[in-house]
Design a protein around this ligand. Structure first.
Ligand code: AMP
Length: 354
């Protein structure tokens, strides 16, 4: 595609912190950003040229938005398929494409997709009833994890099944169609952030090593403690997914690393990712600048990492420590401008380079 020129407008669906950091990166390259969100006073809106506050299913508002932007991208994966289609019908270019968004929204479709691309996953079964769950537990065994197929994130919508007895009544408790996954006793968790341009060029960042607390990412460190071979397996998997989707933009895949060094794919995010926030200071091109470059038809930037990295999320009240963080010369502080610090909410992050 013909590259967008400075002064052109990039539309972003969603108003959260990822949209905010994408918007800042887009501004750095001379683009204007228009946000479409259903949230008043969103973190992204406050740093962007324009904002439409509307319902994601309001076709008239979407058509108006489509006419006023040069490309549309997204900062969250749960964009309704209808929203993406309405934008395309109104003449917008949408990247990543709606097919990738749709697959990433459904944990069963996502794992089926990985399996069809030859990427290892935990054993999994679709669960639409207690009888399905009982049958799946009989096959997969315990421990296992029951997750909602859709709309789960940061460990929400998950029930741990430690013993077979825990499965009793678990489907009703889940309250929605689910997926049962065998529990992976992993050695560590890693993620890969990759990007693909309209011309098919692909770039990878170094592998992130991730620690979660309560299902939420708490810490990312680099270099990840894995061999070069494991890293190249992660790159192969990401390349296969990017090419199979004819994907444009940044994509993230999270993996479990098993004791024998094998990788098991947990999930993918068709977007920039929390585990890549370190790239703002720690790589020659940030994941946000890279995503903007990709969707704008610009050449991808170099992904070289410039230091060893520790990235810490500021969850809920942790962001109240900002005076101490601001006084720490080693801490690169990012705060997302959220108005209230509900528990479990991502309020900011800190990156330390060594
Ligand atoms: P998810 O929302 O699916 O990314 O799950 C959140 C976290 O729960 C993961 O990062 C893992 O730490 C853990 N987890 C999820 N699925 C599994 C699994 N099949 N086996 C072991 N741990 C898991």
């Amino acid at each position: 595609m013909k590259p967008l020129a400075p002064g052109d407008t990039i539309g972003i669906l969603g108003g959260g912190q990822l949209g905010r950091m994408l918007s800042i990166a887009a501004a750095q390259l001379g683009f204007d950003v228009a946000i479409f969100t259903d949230e008043p006073d969103s973190p992204a809106a406050r740093v962007s040229a324009r904002t439409t506050i509307g319902n994601y299913l309001d076709h008239a508002a979407l058509a108006d938005f489509a006419r006023r932007v040069d490309v549309v991208t997204t900062e969250f994966e749960n964009v309704p398929a209808e929203t993406a289609q309405a934008l395309i019908d109104a003449g917008a270019r949408v990247a990543p494409n709606p097919h990738a968004l749709a697959v990433a929204q459904d944990r069963f479709d996502e794992k089926s997709y990985f399996a069809s691309a030859g990427i290892a996953t935990p054993p999994f079964r679709a669960i639409a009833s207690q009888a399905d769950l009982d049958a799946a537990i009989a096959e997969i065994g315990a421990p296992a994890i029951l997750k909602t197929r859709r709309l789960g994130y940061d460990g929400r919508g998950q029930i741990r099944i430690k013993t077979e007895a825990d499965a009793n009544g678990a489907y009703e408790k889940l309250g929605a169609p689910g997926i049962l996954e065998g529990f992976c006793a992993f050695e560590r968790e890693v993620s890969i952030i990759a990007a693909r341009g309209w011309d098919g060029a692909i770039a990878f960042y170094d592998l992130n090593e991730n620690e979660h607390a309560g299902g939420i990412l708490s810490r990312t460190t680099l270099p990840a403690r894995v061999s070069a071979e494991v890293e190249s397996h992660a790159q192969d998997a990401a390349r296969r997914v990017l090419e199979a989707f004819d994907y444009v933009g940044v994509l993230t895949i999270e993996f479990f690393v098993m004791a024998d060094g094998s990788l098991i794919a947990n999930e993918m995010a068709p977007r920039v990712h929390n585990s890549g926030h370190w790239t703002i200071e720690g790589a020659l091109t940030s994941q946000f600048g890279q995503h903007i470059r990709a969707v704008a038809g610009w050449p991808l930037g170099p992904t070289t990492r410039v230091a060893a990295i520790e990235m810490l999320n500021l969850i809920g009240d942790e962001a109240n420590d900002w005076p101490a963080l601001a006084a720490d010369p080693d801490a690169r502080v990012h705060l997302y401008g959220k108005r209230s610090a509900r528990s479990g909410r991502k309020m900011g992050h800190v990156t330390k380079l060594r």
